[in-house]
Design a protein around this ligand. Structure first.
Ligand SMILES: Nc1ncnc2c1ncn2[C@@H]1O[C@H](COP(=O)(O)OP(=O)(O)OP(=O)(O)O)[C@@H](O)[C@H]1O
Ligand SMILES: [Mg+2]
Length: 313
């Protein structure tokens, strides 16, 4: 089990320490899936980077990230290296940045095996071949280079490499954003399938509520570095309460019958966040009390941080 407890991250900007993430908590079990959604700048990647121990230099972290009773935030880098890739795999948005352009894809899938296990080159290559087959690249030669593949194929290579060491958890940060829509659906289906098949826990990060609703069991809606609504995915979508979740939902392409309608205004810069609820300046339901920070409290079967939630009838 991977448990994130009251996670906070502050970055140094212009000489001052600015919080970009506050009070983020969730549990990811093996065989389970959790989604983080929210607009650009809401703190989704910071959460992923904190889990992987890859925060930018100078970042100050608080809270705990517990894997099998050990706090990852307290691990020395050497031990964190053994966790990264081996216990927790990662897939990021742009496959090209995760791949080495000068190395054949088969070797790149085999490499984590050679790093984390004492296997021969032959054993690693054989397993890489099976992994490439499993992610749907059985017809592509392992001797090909990343630039000879399409974006979707490259992301499949990244997924195969992430799965090589049979991690207990997979963190996928916008794994389909750089891909075209039809390929997106295939990659998400593949991730969900692999998670179910291997029993690994999946943390899926996306700005797309539609993606989350089809792929994960639990969802956390994030805004300006905080969780504003959370719960079982079906429960949150069936009875969403936070005005921000409603706005995100209305901004889905399918809801607006074409291009997504952006939510008016912007996620506030962490340097200039209003006191209290950070969504208040964009919120039609704002009240005086919103100048104080709303706690995350139960609304029916899930939780929402809003003083004036909009409970669907
Ligand atoms: N290296 C950095 N230095 C300073 N600020 C940063 C850095 N990386 C991220 N931030 C800030 O931290 C906040 C959270 O960023 P984060 O990358 O987690 O957002 P996100 O939800 O992943 O957004 P996106 O959908 O664009 O990926 C943002 O306000 C962002 O501007
Ligand atoms: Mg991000």
């Amino acid at each position: 089990m991977l448990e994130v407890k009251d996670l906070g991250v502050a970055l140094t900007m212009g000489g001052q320490s600015v919080p970009v993430l506050s009070g983020v908590s969730f549990v990811l079990d093996r065989g389970h899936s959790v989604g983080l959604v929210g607009e650009s700048g809401s703190g989704k990647s910071m959460t992923a980077l904190a889990i992987m121990g890859l925060l930018p230099p100078g970042a100050r972290v608080s809270g705990r990230i517990v894997l099998d009773g050990r706090d990852l935030l307290a691990l020395p880098e050497r031990e964190m290296c053994a966790v990264r890739g081996r216990r927790i795999g990662m897939v990021f948005q742009e496959p090209m940045t995760a791949l080495n352009p000068l190395q054949p894809i088969g070797a790149q899938v085999a490499e984590p095996l050679r790093v984390h296990f004492s296997v021969t080159r032959g054993q690693a290559n054989a397993r890489a071949k099976r992994l490439l087959e499993r992610v749907g690249l059985g017809k592509i030669s392992p001797h090909r280079y990343p630039h000879q593949l399409s974006g979707g194929q490259r992301q499949r290579v990244v997924i195969a490499a992430a799965l090589a060491c049979e991690p207990d958890f997979l963190v996928a940060d916008e794994p389909t954003t750089a891909l075209d829509v039809t390929v997106q659906a295939q990659i998400l289906a593949l991730l969900a399938e692999l998670a179910a098949e291997t029993g690994m826990g999946l943390l899926l990060i996306t700005h797309d509520l539609g993606v989350v609703s089809q792929t994960v069991a639990d969802v956390l809606v994030m805004y300006a570095g905080r969780v504003v609504e959370r719960g079982p995915t079906a429960g949150v979508f069936g009875a969403m309460a936070h005005p921000y979740t409603h706005a995100l939902f209305a901004a889905r392409p399918s809801e607006s019958g074409g291009r997504p309608v952006a939510i008016a205004g912007q996620v506030p810069d962490p340097l200039y966040r209003p006191p209290g609820c950070a969504f208040a300046p964009r919120c039609a339901r704002v009240r005086d009390v919103c100048a104080t920070m709303p706690p995350l409290i139960g609304v029916g079967a899930h939780a929402c941080a809003c003083f004036n939630p909009r409970i669907a009838a």
